[in-house]
Design a protein around this ligand. Structure first.
Ligand code: GLC
Length: 437
């Protein structure tokens, strides 16, 4: 009997030692971490591939994908709930650049400095500016950039040529002219055809589009002192133009203000039913996918601007962070490192058209061949305009969403919508003491 017990103990000890050896130092065998991520169906499919290859290389760790939707506010909410009740999962998640600062200020993110130092992890592979502005909070590294978004103008190269144009529009006025002409011509055989599709539903994406229209007319949301300047004449003019795209020029569909989010916009363009589209880089990969009706016919350009002003692209993008209450931090860090590795980041660019968070990937020949716009439109990405980095950003965004949507739906005049937005924004800003991050 004694012998049996002794051999059992030996077997157990050997088993434990072996599983530790296989799982990598410090990570208990068969650790499972939960990773929360959302996005378009193609993006979720790709994340599954990333996870599979991580698990193959890290036999002791499994990753459960907690699927979130595409809408950024819903993604945020599905994280706020567990984090505010100090739950240990999800261990790792992606955060929109628009709210990463709010998560850091809430104390929900594990500072990554200790892991970085221990592993001699090279932060120079990332864009310095991004690390400093988006991923550092009170001198602590609290996230890493997975991909960087900027608003772009997609257009149909074949139709541009067919209607006698040699280059995509540079000003908004030109865009209207081209869109009207192409739309009139294409409608003859395709009644579903639209000149220009963009994000107008009441949600965060509308704020991104609004920012592009107003900044490309010399306007903004807050001034340099952090005070709201929502009802400036430049903003009113830009919002009037947004409304007119639907109601006066009739080149954008009426469901712009009820349904148009990234995916409905992308699908409209991809099915061959639009001349111009405003979207993020992810649409490129899908437009050029095997079964896409517009494969090979798509061009990308900076968004147009108003006369006397410059083109503006909203800065978007998603950053990876670790739950401060996670019980599996070392495994979580290993996964973060894997997501940020050269090969995974290259894979994102090659397969999803994402703009990598790592700068070294931009020099990769395969990446340049597959996503030529990354190099050609470097200026757009480098100069992208951030949304206000204030701790009350979500509240400010809600106000803008509500009133800008009411104006483009034709329920309020652009001037009165922005006057109302301005007075509500002022109250929020004064409640928070007008501080910027
Ligand atoms: C994209 C951007 C993100 C933005 C969102 C709006 O996901 O990366 O920053 O908030 O679109 O819909």
């Amino acid at each position: 009997m004694k012998r049996l017990v002794r051999s059992l103990v030996v077997v157990l000890v050997v088993g434990l030692v072996l599983s530790f050896a296989f799982s990598g130092v410090g990570v208990a065998a068969n650790t499972t971490i939960v990773f929360a991520v959302g996005g378009a169906p193609s993006e979720i499919d790709y994340w599954h591939k990333v996870i599979k290859s991580f698990e193959e290389k890290n036999p002791g760790i499994s990753v459960d994908l907690l699927r979130q939707p595409m809408n950024t506010a819903v993604r945020m909410q599905t994280l706020v709930t567990p984090l505010s009740s100090k739950e240990s999962t999800p261990d790792v998640f992606l955060m929109d650049v628009a709210w990463v600062g709010q998560f850091a200020a809430s104390g929900w993110l594990t500072p990554l400095n200790k892991f970085v130092t221990k592993d001699h992890y090279d932060l120079n592979v990332f864009f310095k500016k991004t690390i400093k502005l988006a991923d550092t909070y009170k001198s602590k590294l609290i996230a890493l950039p997975v991909y960087i978004d900027a608003g772009l103008l997609y257009y149909r190269k074949d139709l541009l040529k067919k209607y006698g144009y040699s280059h995509p529009p540079v000003t908004w006025k030109e865009l209207v002219e081209v869109a009207q002409k192409v739309q009139a011509g294409e409608r003859k055989h395709n009644p579903k055809f639209w000149g220009f599709v963009w994000q107008g539903k009441q949600y965060e994406g509308l704020v991104c589009d609004f920012l592009e229209f107003i900044v490309s007319n010399g306007g903004n949301i807050l001034n340099s002192k952090g005070q709201p300047v929502l009802n400036s004449p430049n903003n009113v003019e830009a919002l009037t133009f947004m409304r007119d795209l639907i109601h006066k020029y009739k080149i954008s569909p009426p469901n712009t203000y009820t349904e148009m989010m990234e995916e409905p916009v992308r699908r409209t363009f991809q099915s061959g039913n639009a001349m111009f589209e405003r979207n993020w880089p992810y649409a490129w990969g899908l437009h050029n996918s095997e079964k896409s009706p517009v494969k090979g016919e798509v061009g990308i350009a900076p968004l147009p601007h108003f006369p006397g002003h410059e083109s503006a692209a909203t800065l978007g993008g998603w950053h990876i962070g670790m739950n401060v209450y996670s019980k599996r931090k070392l495994a979580a860090w290993k996964f973060i490192k894997f997501v940020e590795s050269y090969n995974t980041e290259k894979g994102f660019a090659m397969n999803l058209g994402w703009n990598p968070g790592r700068q070294d990937v931009y020099k990769d020949r395969d990446v340049i061949a597959k996503a030529p716009y990354l190099k050609a439109l470097r200026k757009v990405f480098v100069g992208a305009v951030p949304r206000p980095g204030v701790p009350y950003y979500t509240k400010l965004s809600d106000i803008i969403q509500k009133y800008v949507n009411a104006a483009i739906a034709g329920k309020m005049s652009p001037k009165s919508a922005l006057d109302r937005a301005q007075s509500e924004a002022k109250i929020i800003v004064s409640q928070y003491g007008g501080t910027t991050k």
